[in-house]
Ligand binder design. Sequence first.
Ligand code: SF4
Ligand code: SF4
Length: 368
Amino acid sequence: MGVPIRQQLTVGTYLLKQKIKGVKKYPLVLMLEPLFRCNLACAGCGKIDYSNEILDKRLSYEECMQAVDECNAPMVSIPGGEPLIHKEMPRIVEGIIARKKYVYLCTNALLLKKRIDDYKPSPYLTFSVHLDGLRERHDASVCQEGVFDRAVEAIKLALGKGFRVTVNCTLFQGEKDHEVAEFLDYVTELGVEGVTIAPGFSYERAPRQDVFIKGRDVKELFRGIFRIGKEKKRKWKLNHSALYLDYLAGNQRYNCTPWGNPTRNVFGWQKPCYLLADEGYTSSFKELIETTPWEKYGTVNNPKCANCMAHCGYEATAVEDMLQNPLKGILTAIKGPKTSGEMVPEPAPVYAEVKPQATFSGIPIRVE
Ligand code: SF4
Ligand code: SF4
């Protein structure tokens, strides 16, 4: 784990309080999306395909603080779009820090050098820099040459100025385990605090659909990466719970708990998570929790969720599993994810259940 002890204690205390109060659906990380506008156009992005009118919208400082207060999660992640484009971002970050929440400012780093002095180093602030691989891989992923070099330069600058820095890596089709392992070696050497790593979600709105990696391929890829890590005794710091990593390697059968990472963006509170557009919005966090038909979502319940293994759906599930089964969690953390043997079977999707239906002629037909 790359997360400092102080933050782990805050989050642990928060979890304990939720348990004592008997709260069943509690948020762990608020996904605050104050704008969708970005200065890149990545092939796998599900956020930039809106009209200019939407891309020009911003959540104000006041709206952001209201969201943080309503939700009251101990951590706030600010993805986008590109948050550094937002003129009020330094004030928004300060406001979140003043509330003693841990904020992850997710950036492609193109503007970081120019804007870095608008921010002060703090144990509550982390720049989470988007890097999908080494130079060739990352530049291909973001569809622009030179971005990797600028991001690395910005990472070094931020580390030099005493900021907490993590790397946010999304894996796509065609990844090789040894290349991802090399990338993890590289960013570890750079000195970042940790790496968030997950398979890309097949956004319906993404410019290209052929870039996403799915199903068993995801689990085989993660097993390969973890196997290399074990064989070469690497000390990669992955910013995930041990059980989420074990889930990515095909060893846990989890249901999605998207209320763990609720999303507030320019449309309102997004049902059920930041990955699925078009499922509706609510005007308050309370309404989101109380009116979202949560049982309709998750890999077995909804074809739109079919290939999702994203941390916004399954990290909170893994954390809850850790609380229920601490021994399993501790042993997995010590031994690392299982990288050989049978994987847990894929659950059969409920939405594809075969139901015989009568026709007008009285002869049943099968509908999938
Ligand atoms: S940097 Fe992020 S928000 Fe911008 S286009 Fe790429 S994936 Fe989308
Ligand atoms: S499985 Fe969960 S996190 Fe993934 S898209 Fe569906 S609701 Fe969102």
